[in-house]
Design a protein around this ligand. Structure first.
Ligand SMILES: C[S@@+](CC[C@H](N)C(=O)[O-])C[C@H]1O[C@@H](n2cnc3c(N)ncnc32)[C@H](O)[C@@H]1O
Length: 392
């Protein structure tokens, strides 16, 4: 594959070679591996994976930018949806999954404080040891007064809890499997070594993955053509159960780029949605310098809604990020632009554009709100709009 990307500095290339050697060793020992295993190692191999090694990832100086990294408006707007739920509970907990740099936790805490709706405790569940360290450092500096109520969990909660769960751009970072439609039906795309390099190979679909792919293809409104390749998040339901299964009363907010299954698994999207990010450039070769690129796939929100239903959640909202933030009164978080000094006005307008414009995050990102045991009158206003639930 021909990619016009500048190769990394030598020491970064060496880092990537170490990770490649680890993957090579695994394939040599046991044969071709599932793509989800490759992605798991590329992102999370201790000390080497993209999220586990101490490389700069988020923000303008990293590889990509997320909504919380743009500035506080995003967290302040979500706080307006979260606050009414927390206020209605005794001693609620806020659980943030995959907190990245810790920026969102700081801004959300401050926004909830301003709305007089602080949770009793704020838990962070972060898979990457490196990012967890960065979160601790940032929160010690910027949220010192709140530390007695903040804790980092080593594993998802095992006991029942009430409150709100937030996961921003986490589901798209969960390892996916790949499948391809051939003349003989769908097959799994696995990773093998050929000519000394990682390459894709086919093998028959097996086990749960085979069942899920078959079910998916049966439900689609159109047949996928030969040569079509895409992803499936086989672990989605297990992940949701692990992080939110013990939520008794409350809400889970999942924000990510993604679509309904009919759009994601569309015959015109021949190559699926797997993307690789390196220094704000997008490419499509997951084998290019593993460990230095973020690998991500769009979320199938139809599958997530089905999993949530199986787990006894009510689907309270599903909409584009722009529509959701509008319903959540982003205008109140922004304030009056005309009263701001020029530089601030430019910064705020830029944040707003990136969050709301359709070709930026506005329509590519979706928000899903799942609830348990919340009465209609307890629902925040933003969750009562019909949104795009009918499309799931
Ligand atoms: C794309 S980043 C998003 C970070 C942050 N939420 C933001 O929006 O800026 C994905 C985050 O999820 C974390 N993560 C991925 N899988 C996870 C899991 N199974 N449990 C907890 N954290 C996870 C990553 O380490 C990283 O912090």
């Amino acid at each position: 594959m021909n990619i016009l990307l500048r190769p990394p500095d030598p020491e970064l290339a060496v880092h990537s070679e170490r990770l490649s050697a680890l993957v090579h060793a695994e394939i040599e020992a046991q044969g071709p591996i599932a793509f989800s295993r490759y992605m798991e190692l590329a992102l999370y191999a201790p000390g080497l994976g993209y999220y586990s090694a101490g490389l700069r990832k988020f923000g303008y100086g990293g590889d990509f930018i997320t909504a919380p990294e743009l500035g506080p408006i995003y967290a302040q707007t979500l706080a307006r949806v979260i606050a009414p739920v927390l206020r209605n509970m005794e001693q609620p907990t806020l659980l943030e999954i995959g907190g990245g740099s810790g920026r969102f936790a700081v801004d959300l805490w401050q926004a909830l404080e301003n709305l007089d709706a602080l949770p009793e405790r704020y838990w962070l569940l972060e898979r990457s040891a490196d990012l967890r360290e960065r979160q601790i450092e940032r929160l010690e500096q910027e949220l010192a007064q709140a530390l007695p109520r903040i804790a980092w969990l080593d594993e998802p909660p095992k006991d029942r809890w009430d409150g709100v769960l937030v996961a921003n751009e986490v589901v798209d970072a969960l390892p996916v499997d790949l499948f391809e439609i051939t003349n003989d039906g769908p097959v799994e795309c696995v990773v093998e070594i050929r000519d000394g390099r990682f390459q894709f190979a086919h093998r028959p679909l097996q086990g749960v993955l085979a069942v899920r792919v078959r079910e998916l293809l049966e439900r689609l409104p159109q047949e996928l053509p030969t040569g079509w390749r895409g992803e499936l998040l086989n672990s989605g339901e297990a992940w949701l159960d692990s992080v939110a299964g013990k939520l008794r009363d409350g809400m889970a907010l999942l924000v990510d780029y993604g679509e309904v299954a009919a759009d994601l698994y569309h015959r015109q999207r021949q190559d699926g949605s797997l993307r690789c990010y390196y220094r704000h450039r997008v490419h499509d070769d997951p084998f290019w310098y593993p460990g230095l690129c973020d690998l991500t796939a769009s979320v199938d929100f139809t599958a997530l809604a089905r999993a949530a239903d199986q787990l006894g959640f009510d689907l309270a909202a599903y909409d584009t990020q722009s529509a959701f933030l509008r319903a959540a009164r982003i205008d109140l978080a922004v304030g009056d632009l005309s009263l701001m000094p020029e530089m601030q006005r430019i910064r705020v307008a830029q944040q707003l554009k990136t969050l709301m414009l359709p070709n930026e995050m506005g329509e590519r990102f979706k928000v899903m709100a799942l609830t348990r045991q919340l009465d209609a009158e307890q629902l925040p206003e933003a969750l009562t709009a019909p949104g795009q639930r009918h499309r799931l």
